[in-house]
Write a protein that binds this ligand. Structure first.
Ligand SMILES: Cc1cc2nc3c(=O)[nH]c(=O)nc-3n(C[C@H](O)[C@H](O)[C@H](O)COP(=O)(O)O)c2cc1C
Length: 180
């Protein structure tokens, strides 16, 4: 399997990093400019650390990179975390960065596109953008950890959200206990 993973400038970098660590298959990473800044704000990691857990890293302004083309095969794209700015651009069909272009490609090629927003509360424009994208075939998977499993701390909450992403991809995992 080959996945395109994008980190944009929303809070929740831990979700994206854990996702990269858990994904089985090739991981092609794109981090937006604001994503790099929020990565620095929220973690002790930088882009070089992420290179160690990915097969390829592309710049967000490199529209010549492979994920920009529908001829470049990948199985799914996950934007985690996904800012509302990136969400709005994709909903409007704007594809002027590698992240938004690869998301547009995912939709037009009928490939899985998973968007993990963190923002709260949501205004009507944000809600309409998410509805529009869900209708276009994207999966809107808010970073909403559950509490019924009694998380012991932040790691369990991150694992829950990442596990829900892996469920969407059909990847087996034991990141959370299933309800029986
Ligand atoms: C510390 C920090 C946290 C942010 N968190 C969010 C967030 O959770 N959701 C969001 O939509 N935007 C958030 N933003 C604003 C985005 O970074 C901003 O809209 C930016 O233009 C997004 O650019 P990008 O989508 O190209 O990464 C945050 C900004 C900062 C500085």
């Amino acid at each position: 399997m080959r996945y395109v993973v994008a980190l944009t400038g929303a809070s929740g970098m831990q979700y994206g990093i854990r996702l990269l660590e858990e994904l089985d298959g090739d991981r092609e990473l794109i981090v937006s400019e604001m994503g790099k800044k929020v990565l620095d704000q929220e973690t002790d990691l930088d882009l070089e650390d992420l290179e160690a857990i990915t097969e390829a890293v592309y710049e967000d302004d490199d529209l010549f990179a492979p994920p920009a083309s529908g001829t470049h095969k990948f199985d799914a794209m996950i934007i985690c975390p996904c800012s509302q700015s990136t969400m709005a651009k994709i909903a409007a069909g704007i594809a002027d960065t590698l992240i938004t272009r690869a998301a547009t490609v995912s939709l037009k090629e009928g490939r899985k596109l998973i968007l993990v927003p963190r923002e709260t509360p949501l205004n009507v424009i944000m809600l309409e953008n998410e509805l529009k994208l869900a209708r276009a075939g994207a999966v809107i998977l808010p970073a909403s950890p559950a509490f019924y499993q009694g998380p012991a701390g932040m790691e369990d909450m991150v694992k829950f959200v990442v596990g829900k992403v892996l469920d969407q991809l059909g990847q087996e995992h034991d990141l959370f206990r299933r309800w029986e």
